[in-house]
Design a protein around this ligand. Structure first.
Ligand code: PBG
Length: 341
């Protein structure tokens, strides 16, 4: 039970609690806002599915059929989400060493991009993941070449040729935004040039500029049926590094990136803040599969409040400087934001 205060109080000029006294007061002084327009929804579309297939390690996320994808995008639009980011999952038999389904206009990703653009026009921004890893039979983001010493390496410059073809095919299919995520050097310049040469000057590039070789991508590998053995440490960044991200961002901006990205988000908020402080272009951050899955898993066990923790994580990503946040929880969050008015 509370009892009336007998204490008339110390004289304190500064009482930060005054600005926390009511929900309206807190809303008025909040430094960071989160609105549906800040959210980007990553989505998966798989070839040869009869119905949507749940992804065990990403509760609430599915591999879509082309039809269920259309319905899910309509739902995202209805709650105010401005952009969806599409990943394609081809049949195993359609993977090859170079990932050629990636630039086949009839390949699953390009087909789905075209379907979405035809269906929704400019009502939603259709973003395409521009990387070979879902399409190569070895699961790497680039092509493998002999290194001349009995081994193989992911060849940077040969890969760029394939990225050009993939980006142009995606733009032809109707993507508004191309998002190169493979971490090859020079990929933004190569893609910008290829898009321009093909007449796609207005197609934007969201560059995965500072992308780390992270352990938090685990569930994503299930989501796309990854064929990867080994790791991506020769092309994605070492988690120990901070300064390197500033260089990656600087290069991507110089090469023509319209938006830069930091990924993952939560373990790299320091990097995000630093990039946001110096970037002349908008900065996105990706709450990756492992970040999302951890919160869901702890929530399922009743160890944390799932929705509250998810919102806190996404607001923190905004607070650290992200203009856009890619999150698998985008629709749920947007719905709750709208309900809160
Ligand atoms: C690869 C790619 C990855 C993700 C997006 N694009 C994984 C990887 O680098 O292995 C991860 C997204 C996530 O974990 O949610 N092109």
């Amino acid at each position: 039970m509370s009892t009336p205060s007998t204490n008339h109080g110390q004289r304190l000029n500064r009482r930060p609690r005054r600005l926390r006294t009511s929900p309206v007061m807190r809303r008025m002084v909040a430094e960071t806002s989160l609105e549906p327009r800040h959210l980007v929804l990553p989505m998966f579309v798989a070839e040869g599915l009869a119905e949507p297939k749940p992804i065990t390690s990403l509760p609430g996320v599915v591999q879509h059929t082309e039809d269920s994808l259309v319905d899910a995008v309509a739902e995202a639009i209805s709650v105010g989400i401005p952009c969806v980011d599409l990943f394609g999952v081809p049949l195993e038999e359609n993977k090859d060493a170079e990932g050629s389904e990636a630039w086949n206009p009839g390949g699953i990703l390009n087909k789905a991009l075209r379907r979405l653009r035809d269906e929704f026009g400019d009502d939603v921004l259709v973003m395409a993941d521009t990387c070979l890893d879902e399409f190569t039979d070895h699961g790497h983001c680039g092509v493998l070449r002999e290194d001349g010493h009995g081994g193989v390496r992911v060849d940077n410059d040969d890969t760029l040729e394939f990225y050009r073809k993939m980006a142009v095919a995606q733009a032809e299919a109707g993507a508004h935004i191309i998002s190169p995520s493979g971490m090859m050097d020079g990929q933004i310049e190569a893609i910008r040039e290829a898009l321009d040469d093909a007449g796609h000057q207005d197609v934007a590039i969201m560059a995965y500029s500072a992308k780390y070789a992270s352990a938090f991508y685990g569930p994503f590998r299930e989501a796309v049926g990854s064929s990867l053995q080994g790791d991506r440490r020769t092309y994605q960044q070492d988690v120990a590094n901070r300064r390197e991200s500033l260089l990656e961002v600087e290069l991507d901006v110089a090469e023509g990136a319209d938006i830069v990205m930091v990924k993952p988000a939560m373990a790299f908020l320091d990097v995000l803040r630093e990039v946001a402080d110096s970037s002349p272009v908008p900065v996105a951050a990706y709450q990756v599969s492992g970040e999302y899955a951890m919160i869901c898993a702890a929530g399922e066990r009743g160890w944390i409040d799932r929705d509250a923790a998810m919102l806190e994580a996404v607001i923190s990503i905004r607070r650290a400087g992200a203009d856009q946040v890619l999150t698998y929880d985008a629709v749920n969050i947007a719905r709750r934001l709208r309900a809160d008015g």
